[in-house]
Ligand binder design. Sequence first.
Ligand SMILES: Cc1cc2nc3c(=O)[nH]c(=O)nc-3n(C[C@H](O)[C@H](O)[C@H](O)COP(=O)(O)O)c2cc1C
Length: 165
Amino acid sequence: MLEIIKNRRSVREFTDDYIRDNIINKIIEMGVWAPSGLNNQPWKFIIIRDKKIKDDLSLQTHYSQIIKGASVLISVFLDHDHSYDRVKDIQAIGACIQNMLLAIHSLGLGGVWLGQILKNRTAVEKLLLVPESCELMAVIALGKPAKTKGSGVRKEINQVVIGRL
Ligand SMILES: Cc1cc2nc3c(=O)[nH]c(=O)nc-3n(C[C@H](O)[C@H](O)[C@H](O)COP(=O)(O)O)c2cc1C
């Protein structure tokens, strides 16, 4: 587990290998095992493989090449019909997304959390025919990595721990 957490890196270039539905379902299953306040599980997902929809989506973000190059996109929504506290619900969605990224990595695949697309949230929701109650939180692009990942950079522990009382 510690290795999986530390070695996961964002992957932005993919081969055109097909990722089967049972693998996508497994990734989502790992996402929904994330904790949520009152176990309200406020997440919903739309899985995108269709080239035309990917092309249309790619126009809504600076990261169009990642969208177009991914084998699969998993868009993640906060469902307001299952929401009880906005901050806690969004924290739960973050945990869910991280679980999925770790699952993707542990399955030998690669993925990246795309947030910049949120600037065109309304257009994306329209394009994906999202139910009224659902708010876009992120898009995960995934596939088989096309190249080896970089090593990553993080702040030192003593830069982030601001107290030991
Ligand atoms: C909330 C959030 C939004 C992000 N949005 C984007 C994005 O729009 N495009 C992108 O290429 N990466 C995006 N990332 C990935 C970050 O750039 C990446 O996680 C960070 O640089 C650390 O690199 P690593 O994931 O390889 O450790 C996002 C990550 C988070 C958590």
